[in-house]
Design a protein around this ligand. Sequence first.
Ligand code: ADP
Ligand code: MG
Length: 269
Amino acid sequence: EITMPRPDHPRVLCVANQKGGVGKTTTTVNLAVALALHGNRVLVVDLDPQGNASTGLNVPHHAGVPDVYDCLIDNVPLSEVAQPVEGIPNLWCVPATIDLAGAEIELVSVVARESRLARAIAAHPEQFDYVFIDCPPSLGLLTVNALCAAQEVLIPIQCEYYALEGLNQLINNINLVRQHLNPTLDVSTILLTMYDRRTRLADAVEQDVRNHFGSKVLNAVIPRNVRVSEAPSYGQSVMTYDPGSRGATSYFEAALEIAMRGVNTGGNA
Ligand code: ADP
Ligand code: MG
């Protein structure tokens, strides 16, 4: 039995990359399950109107289910919309329904529109060890809310051509949020996803990313693995769907690294 250290303060991580299909949701779901299976209390906030994280955790999120929209727009407490994830003790999910699609525009005219999620998380009565916020593939007000609510940003990067170029805009937005809204926001973690070791390109991209981001890049790299992509259609994470697969063992290693690093976080680099 491997033990993961629990953080001495709640860690709120925003999983962001404005590019779609880079593994944000897959990373959110599998890290959350890995940490919860090893004794951490974990909350996943699904902030993508597509609701993929809710689907992946098998949490009901059809129209009419109370969701993160209600928290952002109508001040409903997170505790009233968070659902326990079946089969995984210590894991909860605030789902996203189709309602959330309207939030990007409705937030524009709401008071303190950038800090609605931060307020909702801060007001939650119970402590979590980890809160993971799964962002949509855009840099609008939903992602800004996630960046304001988080202490840390986790950026999944797919090992492909142009991987770094697309990040400039995200890093600029993070810098703006840091200057004006959330001064201690830290890009703490970079995770390489969908790595195909048969290609020389993946290797070159990995070197680029490691040169650029240094020790922020986790040693664990997530391989492209069909079991990872099959799991959501069974309403499972790969951690439970096929714990022995390379996808599952890699996400476990990544979770362990994040937990070990959490002993000393905070402050900008
Ligand atoms: P994002 O949330 O950034 O849009 P997803 O996590 O939804 O990205 O991943 C995009 C697609 O790639 C999904 O179909 C997912 O199942 C698949 N996928 C993600 N990670 C892997 C992996 N390591 N191996 C194989 N398929 C993956
Ligand atoms: Mg997603």
